[in-house]
Design a protein around this ligand. Structure first.
Ligand code: KG4
Ligand code: ZN
Length: 338
């Protein structure tokens, strides 16, 4: 079954064609990130305007890359939320029009379910359940115990900022460009991660929740104390220490959950923050099987993961997966599918 996926929840415009949820025939991603490098984040109206301009060229490029025409597409899957409303509308209006025109079933996908499915893309051997999945991006940070593609429980979530958001806000404080994750990694690559001791969030608190706003505040006060004449070396050390503190917190929750759920076969780490090299290095020392999406382009927002989630929704839910849906900026986790 070939699914055409559309993802436009933030500043990316992405269209992919994926076979049986796993084989990626094309995954075209256009992004307006570069135009927000000098700001602290995405400007919603500007992102949506760019998406209107590039959605059709991206569609044509995706069909051309996959070397197929619409007759060989079996269904369309689109991100229905959560995200920026204007951006989501560009994707869902396009998906609704294509579904009507081409007479194909249409599946609305929760953005997070897309991230959860992303480890299946081009994975050999295929991942297995039960799995523990950390999904950490700019909009959410959650720990899931999953027993199937559309079955699982939320063990914990962030109480304030998301992990990617912490990277973005930290980068802004350090005077580094958006998106913060890659720029903090670059700046901190040659820094000392133990030069500055950031507090461990929710230390001593039971459970699997996360919190990142304290780390951001701590960075703000550390910068104030270091003073405006901080050297390049200090900046590198600060970036490395801040990154290390975020990764330590993420790792601590995975470790705790793996101890509490000994039947879990493997841990999955997905979402923009799963591209982080320091996090990957720390997780490799866990002594348990840990999987990441097989490409960095499957970690950050992309349509292949939406097509994959659409496939598994149809496989596990049948026609129910194709019921009418609303395009919604804030979509609760209960709407994920489980
Ligand atoms: O999953 P994603 O593309 O979009 C959302 O669903 O939010 O994640 C974007 C977030 C941004 O906050 C960005 O700073 C972060 O992921 N990110 C990273 C890295 N690459 C992107 N964080 C840490 N390290 C990275 N290499
Ligand atoms: Zn995302």
């Amino acid at each position: 079954m070939r699914i055409l996926g559309i993802e436009t929840s933030c500043d990316e415009t992405s269209i992919a064609i994926v076979e049986d949820g796993v084989r990626v025939l094309s995954n075209v991603i256009a992004t307006s990130k570069a135009s927000f490098a000098g700001t602290t984040g995405v400007i919603p109206e500007e992102a949506a305007r760019k998406q209107v301009e590039c959605i059709l060229p991206v569609l044509h490029a995706s069909l051309a890359d996959a070397r197929i025409t619409q007759e060989r597409i079996d269904a369309i899957a689109v991100t229905r939320g959560p995200g920026l409303l204007g951006s989501l509308l560009v994707g869902t209006v396009t998906a609704r029009a294509l579904a009507a025109l081409w007479k194909k079933p249409l599946v609305g996908v929760h953005h997070t379910l897309g991230h959860l499915s992303s480890v299946w893309l081009e994975a050999d051997p295929a991942p297995s359940f039960p799995s523990l999945t950390l999904s950490a991006s700019g909009g959410h940070t959650e720990l899931w115990l999953r027993t199937g593609h559309t079955d699982g429980v939320l063990l914990g979530a962030t109480r304030d900022d998301a992990a990617g958001e912490a990277f973005d806000k930290g980068a802004s404080l350090l005077g580094l460009p958006y998106p913060g994750g890659p720029s903090i990694s670059r700046a901190g690559a040659s820094g000392n991660p133990e030069a500055f001791a950031f507090p461990m969030p929710l230390e001593g608190a039971p459970g699997f929740d996360f919190s990142f706003s304290g780390l951001k505040t701590s960075l703000k006060y550390t910068l104030r104390d270091v003073g405006p004449e901080e050297s390049e070396k200090k900046k590198r050390d600060l970036a490395a220490s801040f990154e290390y503190a975020i990764c330590r917190h993420l790792l601590s929750r995975i470790e705790r959950a793996l101890k509490a759920h000994s039947d879990v076969c493997e841990a999955h780490v997905v979402g923009g923050a799963s591209a982080n090299t320091r996090l990957r290095a720390m997780l490799s020392k866990l002594g348990r099987p840990v999987r990441f999406p097989t490409k960095i382009s499957y970690c950050t927002d992309n349509a292949a993961m939406i097509a994959s989630a659409g496939y598994f929704l149809i496989k596990e839910r049948g026609e129910k997966a194709c019921t009418a849906f609303e395009t919604t900026a804030s979509l609760p986790q209960e709407a994920l599918a489980f």
